[in-house]
Design a protein around this ligand. Structure first.
Ligand code: ZN
Length: 243
């Protein structure tokens, strides 16, 4: 079984299609998981939702998804992100908003728990430090968990009872073992680790490995759509620098 693990697609169709092409090179995918923020920031929320639904992706809701479907307000967003988040909802039809609203915050798939931020605060927490990782390990009932939200690609293991973060770049593979593990595939549609290429994880169930990948995509086209939609130009500019 080959499963693509995606997060933070953020309405970026170019990046999503590039990831799907890349993930499909080794044969058909048996599944796809998406740890939230399918929409937000980018120009094509409806197209991204349509594609993920067509692929029967297993998804959890992120903060941007909850704003777009009206389940969350924009009080905790910065002004430009808030404006873009509301714009996203306006582009969607009733059916698409209903699909977002139906998504759970947490779901368990085999040995993995999927959640956008963290199990302590699914919509909001950036799991990027030892304290947050400890809290996740405490709440995690499966051996492994997958998060998103920070748009950073990494894993966390427990070494002598302490969490240890390791950044993961292109083509890095980790073998799944007996110990607890937290992984973040990075962001498909808006990477923030200085590498503008779309990030995702390929999970090979038979081999029990996870491989992080980075995939080039047509950034200029995604930028042109953001500008064309009248969204904040910074949302287009940041795609080129991966910040
Ligand atoms: Zn996000």
């Amino acid at each position: 079984m080959r499963i693509a693990i995606l997060s933070d697609v953020h309405s970026n169709m170019e990046a999503l299609e590039a990831v799907l092409r890349h993930a499909g090179r080794g044969g058909a995918l048996d599944g796809m998981w998406c740890t939230g923020d399918m929409v937000g920031y980018g120009a094509e929320p409806g197209a991204v939702i349509g594609r993920l639904r067509e692929l029967e992706a297993v998804c959890v809701a992120g903060n941007h998804d909850l704003v777009a479907c009206g389940k969350l307000g924009v009080e905790e967003f910065n002004p430009s992100a808030g404006k873009a988040a509301l714009w996203q909802g306006e582009q969607l039809d009733e059916d698409e908003r209903g699909w977002l609203a139906s998504l759970p915050l947490v779901r368990i798939e085999g040995e993995f728990t999927l959640v956008h931020g963290s199990l302590r605060a699914p919509e909001w927490e950036y799991l990027v430090d030892d304290e947050a990782a400890d809290a996740q390990f405490e709440r995690q009932t499966t051996r492994y968990s997958c998060v998103g939200h920070s748009h950073l690609a990494f894993d966390v293991t427990e070494v002598d009872g302490w969490p240890e973060f390791t950044d993961r770049g292109d083509d890095e593979t980790v073998a799944l073992g007996d110990g607890k593990l937290i992984v973040n595939p990075g962001s498909v549609g808006q990477p923030r680790d200085g590498d503008p290429r779309a990030g995702y994880i390929l999970y090979d169930q038979a081999a029990a490995t996870l491989t992080w990948h980075r995939v080039e995509y047509d950034i200029k086209s995604a930028q042109a759509k953001i500008i064309g939609a009248g969204l904040d130009t910074w949302l287009a500019e940041r795609l080129a620098v991966g910040k």
